[in-house]
Design a protein around this ligand. Structure first.
Ligand code: SF4
Length: 430
């Protein structure tokens, strides 16, 4: 049967879609384009903001229209938190953010003989086991993702994810190491450790292991692979963490430390568990232990109650951190979260104006970070050719463009000559 999948949301959702695609192929199905004819359409949903919910509903309606007699199946975080709303769109199967193999079994049952609408959504808060799924690749055989963790119990005031994903569950260390070995054997050159909140990796295993133990095991299991980390909670970064991480030769010096606000009062309202002093300590520790690391972050502008003065503190703080790249989002009200009913909601134009100002500051910082790398020689893993130049990434996640031939999945030393359009430019050296 032909099955088409549309994925919304984060890397974890992409990872889970890739795992489903692999499983569908293993079961003898064909993958189809979502825009074309198919026997079944799957929408893997996201619920991070109210806008994501709306996008999901639109896509589900579109799938239903394209396949009035086919099977429309919906899974993921939005389906997990609002199964009734999804069911009301007339789909054949609703499942949540876990149990992917069961979901595919039910999909096959529906393909064989339609048995009326099936809603099979568990209670995410009762989940205790990590769901094993095969690891997969992003840029063909270059970078693979390995999901090592699911769930979050931080309950940030603006976020619905703990309700959509449940408590923290971790992939045991030996299994992660085995998967990394297998990825190296399949020809991948880089692995990204992903999860909903990978800083919490190991909490549920209750054996004293934490993320740094996992990093050490994974780096040792795939010595020829570059290992990159997904988003970290700032308090993960300690002197011990940095000392041990800096001793791992294949760990990429690229750290994404989620900031969200550079103002202590706002961080408190957000129910983030650190203040700017602790955050800055992490930034300084990383700069002390790694040479020219990539430090990236996320920022929300116009969180409820954020005054102009508070935003000015954020702007000053991000400049102090000198990030290499930032993702900036105007606050988006997510029904069902504490922040949605907080007083002093900030008007949309103000949220968006502040986002523009933060993005401008981020672009300046990125230019400075890139320009400072001119003259250095960086090991670049090349991914694809575009406009006559090969593109790849340095360990610190700077994009690098250089002329060359047949560089896909090859690691080359590049002498950096300049920077343009958010990327470094250079030439390959022996
Ligand atoms: S850490 Fe906060 S923002 Fe991230 S998933 Fe957990 S609750 Fe949401």
């Amino acid at each position: 049967m032909k099955v088409a999948i549309y994925t919304l949301g984060c890397k974890v959702n992409q990872y889970e879609t890739q795992a489903m695609e692999r499983e569908l192929l293993r079961r003898g199905h064909e993958l189809a384009d979502f825009e074309g004819p198919a026997d079944a359409y799957i929408v893997n949903t996201c619920t991070v903001t109210a806008v994501s919910d709306k996008k999901c509903r639109n896509l589900i309606r579109r799938a239903r229209k394209m396949a009035p007699d086919g099977v429309v199946a919906v899974c993921g975080c939005y389906a997990q938190t609002a199964p009734e709303s999804v069911a009301a769109l007339g789909v054949d199967l609703v499942a949540g953010s876990a149990g992917r193999m069961d979901f595919l079994n039910r999909l096959e049952e529906q393909l064989r003989a339609r048995s009326g609408q099936v809603v099979a959504v568990d209670d995410a808060m009762k989940r205790r086991a990590f769901e094993r799924l095969p690891a997969g690749g992003l840029a063909e055989r270059t970078r693979a993702m390995l999901k090592v963790e699911d769930g979050c119990v931080n309950f940030c005031a603006y976020c619905i994810i703990p309700y959509a994903r449940g408590p923290v569950r971790s992939l045991p260390l030996n299994e992660a190491a085995e998967q990394v070995k297998a990825l190296a054997e399949q020809g991948y050159r880089e692995v990204v450790l992903t999860g909903i909140e990978i800083s919490s990796w190991g909490h549920d295993l209750k054996n004293g292991q934490s993320l740094i133990n996992l990093m050490e095991a994974v780096c040792a299991a795939g010595p020829d692979l570059r290992v990159r980390l997904g988003s970290l909670e700032p308090r993960t970064i300690t002197e011990d963490f940095c000392r041990r991480a800096a001793a791992l030769p294949n760990l990429c010096p690229h750290f994404h430390l989620s900031l969200q606000s550079g103002c202590d009062a706002t961080l408190k309202r957000m129910n983030r568990k650190y203040d700017t002093a602790r955050y800055l300590e992490s930034v300084e520790l990383l700069r002390a232990h790694f040479e020219n690391p990539g430090l990236t972050t996320d920022l929300i502008t116009g969180f409820p109650g954020e005054t102009e003065e508070e935003f000015a503190q954020t702007l000053a703080f991000i400049r102090k951190c000198a990030f290499s790249a930032m993702h900036v989002f105007p606050y988006s009200r997510r029904p069902g979260t504490p922040a949605a009913s907080m007083p002093d909601q900030v008007p949309k134009e103000v949220r968006e104006d502040r986002a523009r100002r933060a993005i401008a500051a981020a672009a300046e910082m990125e230019r400075a970070w890139l320009s400072a790398q001119a003259g250095s020689v960086l090991p670049v893993l090349f991914e694809e050719e575009k406009g006559g130049l090969w593109r790849g990434h340095a360990p610190n996640y700077a994009e690098v463009r250089a002329p060359g031939e047949d560089l896909h999945n090859r690691l080359r030393q590049v002498l950096i000559e300049g920077a343009e359009d958010g990327a470094l430019t250079g030439r390959i050296v022996p």
